[in-house]
Design a protein around this ligand. Structure first.
Ligand SMILES: Cc1cc2nc3c(=O)[nH]c(=O)nc-3n(C[C@H](O)[C@H](O)[C@H](O)COP(=O)(O)OP(=O)(O)OC[C@H]3O[C@@H](n4cnc5c(N)ncnc54)[C@H](O)[C@@H]3O)c2cc1C
Length: 178
């Protein structure tokens, strides 16, 4: 291997992603962490995957509860992304970043203002290198309705945040998924 992990991160940083906060419960209290390693895995059944470093404080909590929620952040939620990535801010992550939230229909903590949320039950866990891959069956989901339609996503690219300037968009000409 002729590159180090810094170079790997630099190159993977060319792949633009959204930003999510993965939340769960420990002892009935909400906990959350910033995650961009999210993927849609299967349509039937609906499955997603989040990859959590095993050193993350939340990884054993997700393993223990067997459930997590994905909160897709909107362009105005950069401060929450930083806080849930353990920035030195007050209120801090141990106080759930002072975020406004509500319990979803399955009881998981959902962030107010997220542009999409999914509540998931872990159906499989894979260990891959230094991360655990949690495959979650999507039990409930919400796209924020009409209020969220006008809100763009918070993006992460080259290890910086980006917002979309909606100057142009284009239809996809490739074969859409069924
Ligand atoms: C845009 C973005 C995307 C990211 N995507 C991912 C991703 O996909 N996957 C991923 O794994 N990481 C991702 N991260 C990194 C992750 O969000 C941070 O590294 C993480 O929040 C740091 O927290 P930590 O607890 O793991 O480690 P530290 O903050 O270094 O904490 C060290 C130790 O302190 C203890 N600790 C800290 N907080 C608590 C607490 N509230 N309760 C109990 N014990 C605690 C734990 O023992 C923990 O291991 C991303 C970060 C950003 C900014």
């Amino acid at each position: 291997m002729e590159f180090d992990s810094g170079r790997f991160r630099q190159v993977m940083g060319r792949f633009a992603t959204g930003v999510t906060v993965v939340t769960t419960l420990e002892g009935g209290r909400p906990a959350g962490i910033t995650v961009n390693a999210l993927s849609s895995v299967s349509l039937q059944p609906p499955l997603v995957m989040v990859a959590l470093d095993r050193r993350r404080f939340i990884t054993p909590m997700v393993r223990a509860l067997g459930r997590y929620a994905v909160n897709v952040l909107g362009e105005g939620q950069q401060a929450l992304s930083d806080c849930f990535a353990h920035a030195d801010v007050t209120p801090g992550r141990k106080d759930f970043c002072g975020a406004a939230w509500h319990p979803g229909s399955d009881g998981l903590p959902l962030l107010d203002g997220a542009i999409a949320t999914l509540e998931c039950t872990v159906v499989e866990t894979f260990s891959a290198g230094d991360h655990d891959l949690f495959i979650g069956r999507v039990d409930t989901l919400d796209d924020g309705g009409r209020d969220a339609e006008a809100i763009g996503p918070l993006l992460y690219f080259r290890r910086r945040y980006l917002r979309i300037e909606r100057g142009a968009d284009a239809p996809v000409k490739g074969k859409p998924e069924d």
